[in-house]
Design a protein around this ligand. Sequence first.
Ligand code: BG6
Length: 510
Amino acid sequence: MNPNPLRVGLTRERAADACNVVIFGASGDLAHRKLVPALYNIAQERLLPGGFGIVGAARKEYGEGEFAASLKEGVRKHSRRPLEEEPWSALESRLGYVPMEFGDIEGYRRLAAVLESNDHDHGTGGNRLFYLAVPPSAFPAILHFFAETGLNKPGPGGSWSRVIIEKPFGRDLATAQELNRICNAVFDESSVFRIDHYLGKETVQNLMVFRFANAIFEPIWNQKYVDHVQITVAESIGVEGRGGYYEEAGTTRDMMQNHMFQLLCLMAMEPPVSMDADAVRDEKVKVLRALRPLSSSQVATETVRAQYAEGVVGGKAVPAYKAEPGVSRTSRTESYVATRLFIDNWRWAGVPFYLRAGKRLPKRVTEIALHFKDVPHRLFGSNQERHAQPNVLTMRIQPDEGITLKFDAKVPGTLPRRQPVTMEFRYGASFGTEPPEAYERLLLDAVRGDSTLFIRRDEVEASWAWIDVLERAWAEESGGEPLPSYASGTWGPSESDVLLSRDGRAWRRL
Ligand code: BG6
């Protein structure tokens, strides 16, 4: 029998330093639904270091065994792999909890004592990974007390201290800059891990592999061949009890500034010189800096915002956005946003990128579609021309993960007819395994100190700089008329179709 069930089969390339993972906000939803289930799955894959501890920190007081029991329930409900007693017990034996007020130094002192005793009892080597799964208003106080108590300082003997910061990272450029200033006063930038869970998705990482590990796509990945690009992040869910948060954010801050811009960067960036964290992020930030700035008067013509009205999604009647708990009856916060933007650089000059994201759309689907230009000269029957369909390469991020290339083929028979057909790659069919959850990959990378899939300071600021113009223009809209609406279960407002139809294009039907 192996004395340490967490360590069996640890692979060399994935070897991670011994450490404590400290979850601030451990009584909350993210810890129960995502973080601890992710750690459980990493442990099941034998990828956790031998010296390992998980310490929860939150305000809530738990009775004996209650904290572990509630996390176990979270794993039972939300883990990719089914809960099994033995591996759970191994993880549970490394679990601690410190009840604390985030604004009181005493809690941090008690936490420091628990971490030291873990170093001694579980061989965690003085290394600490802090995960701030708390509302952003708590970030500054927590960072301040890290500095006060020295929890941010690398220990003697080369041990490290890192911090993962959940989104939203600021609500505009000024607040993001201020948070960056505080973060970098307390931690070196190499120890700050700004998380965007889309980067942990297998299909998102595959964007880079697809582009840069294959010779045939990159030569056509530019304005010479690409007519336009569509990025869709559609959700069928509504605000799911998060009305209060959503009112402050809206789809642009909630989805576009982070997740969609990350997809855009990976899709549009130049090949990095290596897969080193800074080399990749250098290229992403260049895309953000090349985004053509909008003037406030252009915001009205280049963007569309809307709210869902009541309707039917998946056969179920659902309420309007304004009827959701926590949402103002006169709200002007968007649950849908679409925009046309341009990347003013050599590769993408003149190519429109159409982005749309929304809640209460007919289904959940995230994809990037490159629509290629038409052939230079049509050879096949003039009566066919109006049916001509350009090639489309679609990268399906979720669900039904895969890549599809649409092209024309001759319909068998004596008539010169052609028809679009598809070549398909499906993860399920090719690999037969379920991809890991985004948080598994990201937590493991943070434990290993690899920040390639985390957002760098300049990236977050560059994306806010572009979004700020939109938010400011919308805030200043005169009249305060209600936003356009769309019935839940439909593909957004008609204004969004006009954004493309005026260019002679149309959203893909998904
Ligand atoms: C979160 C947003 O960041 O991403 C949510 O706050 C959204 O509003 C979610 O529903 C979507 O994530 P996923 O992984 O389900 O596409």
